[in-house]
Design a protein around this ligand. Structure first.
Ligand SMILES: [Zn+2]
Length: 393
């Protein structure tokens, strides 16, 4: 399915712009007309992280006239393995500002708009309303559903991408012409089922593979060329080096874009909708949560307890809390590790951020380890509040 151009052409290109974009101008399908459309286009990139980095850089280089960046985070050293829009000297700076600097350096003709904020249900319409097209580079389900719902309700197309380890996916969601994200994923995955890149890792260069698909789709939509990924899901496997294109149909019973939608405005609380942790885990942590500082005090007081790290071996190699033993969450949930655990002393669980340890805690409590507790914020909290000399990841 080909679609008409999303954007009207700008009046003209300057002599400098003609020189800069000459390799585009001589492609018949783009030409001066297509380049003028890019110049007139307003594109918002949600996130200036793994996917946002290549997306913003290539959108800027391509000559998209207005580029919005919505991002609240600051640059961390662990970002630099893949977030190539930021550099060593940007560590600690707001990502939106660092990204805007790079964009201006790549192409001074781009008007950069910085939204140094977290996108939420209160500001999403106001921000999205300023743009023709959204590029979604978010890495969590709550924001993904928020982006989708706002885009559908505003009738705007958005280019979606997702990455994990060696696998990537991309699509264009545009309810007027095809499915939305909810048609494909009506429900968020059960909490803890799909690890984030922060928990599971991602091959840095995968961001370029998927980000470049997103930019390609954005340019096609803006200029009205080719066949956009509306109604198709690209699935990329870096280990197999395979790209598969899967047909995705609009779901007539979609709660958002179907024939009788039950969602006609933004959901009250996207975090709750996507659930940071499962109900069992939420119940398990009540009165059974300690802080990293409290863990340190227990260690300093020589309390008799077993500190169990429920992360994966590769994470344990990177950084560990002194005195911890490794028992990955899967072995606790399957019951396999329960026999290894002592009955005569308290068990203290931790993971990277506190999500996996909460799930493991629920399993332990169900198995009768009533006084087990978990560490809020996990290794990240330990590094931050107890021993900043350890690496964060
Ligand atoms: Zn839908």
């Amino acid at each position: 399915m080909s679609l008409p151009p999303l954007v009207e052409p700008a009046e003209s290109l300057s002599v400098d712009e003609i020189r800069r974009y000459s390799r585009h101008l001589i492609i018949p399908d783009v030409g001066v007309e297509g380049q003028k459309r890019l110049k007139n286009a307003k594109v918002l990139c949600v996130g200036a992280g793994g996917l946002g980095s290549p997306a913003l850089m290539y959108l800027a280089a391509a000559g998209v006239g207005t580029l919005g960046i919505v991002e609240f985070d600051t640059v961390d050293e662990s970002n630099l393995q893949r977030q190539i829009i930021h550099g060593q000297s940007d560590i600690g700076r707001p990502k939106a500002e660092s990204a805007a600097n790079s964009v201006r350096e790549i192409n001074p003709y781009v008007n950069v708009v910085i939204h140094n904020t977290a996108i939420d249900r209160d500001n999403v319409f106001e921000i999205f309303g300023q743009y023709d097209l959204i590029v979604d580079g978010t890495d969590n389900f709550a924001t993904r559903y928020l982006v989708n719902d706002a885009a559908v309700l505003l009738g705007k197309p958005y280019v979606w991408g997702s990455i994990y380890r060696f696998d990537g996916q991309a699509s264009v969601f545009w309810a007027e012409h095809g499915p939305c994200y909810r048609c494909l994923y009506p429900e968020p995955p059960p909490p803890g089922m799909v690890p984030s890149c922060a928990e599971g890792g991602v091959l840095g260069v995968l961001c370029a593979s998927i980000g470049s698909i997103q930019v390609t789709e954005a340019i096609k939509l803006l200029a009205g060329i080719g066949e956009p990924l509306v109604g198709s899901l690209m699935v990329y496997d870096a280990l197999e080096m395979s790209y598969r294109k899967i047909r995705v149909r609009k779901d007539p019973s979609c709660v958002l874009c179907g024939e009788n939608p039950s969602i006609t405005e933004l959901v009250e609380d996207y975090e709750a909708f996507c659930g940071a942790v499962s109900v069992e885990a939420q119940e398990a942590v009540v009165d059974s949560t300690i802080t990293a500082r409290e863990l340190k005090e227990m260690q300093d007081a020589d309390k008799d307890f077993l500190l169990v790290d429920v992360r994966e071996p590769a994470e344990f190699e990177i950084v560990r809390i002194p005195g911890s033993v490794l028992i990955p969450k899967g072995e606790i949930l399957s019951g396999e590790a329960l026999a290894k655990l002592p009955q005569d002393k308290q068990i203290v669980l931790h993971c990277k951020s506190g999500v996996r340890s909460a799930e493991a805690l629920a399993a332990l409590k169900a198995a009768g380890f009533k006084d087990a507790v978990h560490v809020q914020g996990g290794v990240l909290a330990w590094v931050k509040t107890v021993d900043p000399s350890l690496p964060s990841y």
